[in-house]
Design a protein around this ligand. Structure first.
Ligand SMILES: [Zn+2]
Length: 397
């Protein structure tokens, strides 16, 4: 059984540890970097692009098949056997879905693993790449499903139902989500005690304690929590610059977040879905750095970093005046990599979902490589993986 204990609240301040802001039932991004810009007259989308976008909304053409899908199920299943040496094992499942194995815990982030990211099955953004496995029984039991926010390409009803329908997960899996999203899971039939809401900067210590421990017996719980033989990790929610909505009427009624997971060996940061700076459609390169940027990544780096590994989203970012508030260009992504103090980052939110924007979802890693070269940052610091590729970080001693 995984036992969650809330750690003491952090002292908040806008400069060092900014709190979430809710005004009249709606959350907001309290930074200048989140102020939306006007569309430029010269650079608005042409009719051709809009027509293409609408046309492909209802179809799933076989394009963008370059990204390899090859899930190493054996490495995922055998992870615990080499847990003495492996500090963290990371598998990207496409888009923002990440399978993290750390100190014998299995965590699944933002599992959009069905076909359509939309309230209706016949239209909307869709996965153009497979997920690499058939059934959840092929994967280890999931300890935690962690959500960054409620958009359809991150929170997918079909995948959540599929996870909880699996015998090995039914009573074990716990959902961790940002504030005001718990009711969505409870509405789906997931027991309330298996869902925990986090505000920005909430930290929970997770301990795997024997099933035999009585959770109502405080002395027994304390003994289990203090026993060095019981595995522990810490899970923390952190801010992101984004928004939430599943219908036309619920915009920003639930919070959005990034996540940090730490063991005594390793620190991991999942940035989820986020913007960095609000850009006009047209701006000379040299002026970009003068625009306000989102201050939270430095705060996250100061409080929780340096990170051994980070998942940072890239794109979609066209049209720029609209997308840059909530998504990152490759330049923004590299800034986040630096600000949060990550030793190694892996791009997410690319290559998998068509029709989220109008960008070519496969071209983004090339832009990332160019951006790293421009800034003389080694390519291996921030390199893409294919879907199903297993990345292992080894313990240092
Ligand atoms: Zn989103």
């Amino acid at each position: 059984m995984n036992y969650l204990k809330k750690l003491p609240e952090r002292k908040k301040s806008p400069e060092n540890c900014c709190s979430s802001v809710k005004e009249e039932n709606k959350y907001m991004n309290p930074w200048q970097s989140a102020i939306q810009r006007e569309a430029s007259k010269n650079n608005s989308l042409g009719f051709g692009a809009i027509f293409d976008f609408l046309k492909t909304t209802f179809t799933t053409p076989e394009r963008n098949q370059k990204l390899k899908v090859d899930l190493d199920i054996k490495a995922i299943s055998d992870y615990c056997e080499d847990d003495k040496n492996i500090a963290l094992q990371y598998t990207w499942l496409g888009h923002a879905a990440v399978l993290l194995q750390i100190n014998t815990f299995t965590i699944l982030f933002d599992p959009f693993l069905s076909k359509r990211a939309s309230p209706i099955y016949i239209a909307g953004p869709y996965r153009c790449r497979d997920r690499g496995f058939q059934k959840f029984s092929e994967l280890p039991p999931i300890d935690f499903v962690i959500l960054s926010h409620n958009h359809y390409d991150h929170l997918d009803k079909y995948t959540i139902k599929e996870i909880f329908a699996e015998e090995q997960n039914k009573n074990r899996t716990q959902v961790l989500c940002p504030l005001d999203l718990k009711k969505w899971f409870v509405g789906l039939g997931i027991p309330e005690k298996q869902v925990t809401e986090f505000d920005w900067w909430d930290d929970y210590e997770v301990t795997r304690i024997p099933e035999s421990v009585d959770v109502n017996d405080e002395a027994a719980i304390n003994e289990a929590l203090n026993s060095p033989s019981n595995r522990k990790i810490t899970i923390c929610a952190v801010p992101s610059q984004h928004f939430s909505a599943r219908t036309l009427f619920d915009r920003n009624e639930s919070l959005w977040a990034g996540w940090v997971v730490k063991s005594s060996d390793v620190k991991y940061y999942f940035a989820g879905d986020t913007g960095y700076r609000s850009l006009p459609d047209e701006i000379p390169e040299e002026k970009i750095d003068k625009l306000p940027y989102c201050p939270i990544f430095k705060q996250i780096g100061n409080i929780h970093g340096p990170f051994d590994l980070a998942s940072i989203p890239i794109g979609p970012f066209t049209p720029q005046h609209m997308m840059s508030v909530v998504h990152t260009t490759t330049r923004d992504a590299v800034d986040i990599h630096i600000d949060c103090n990550s030793n190694r980052s892996i791009p997410i939110h690319w290559g998998t979902v068509e029709n989220l924007g109008v960008d070519d979802v496969e071209e983004v890693p090339d832009l990332l490589h160019k951006e790293l070269d421009r800034r003389e940052i080694p390519q291996e610091e921030f390199h893409e993986v294919y879907i199903g590729e297993v990345v292992k970080l080894y313990k240092k001693n």
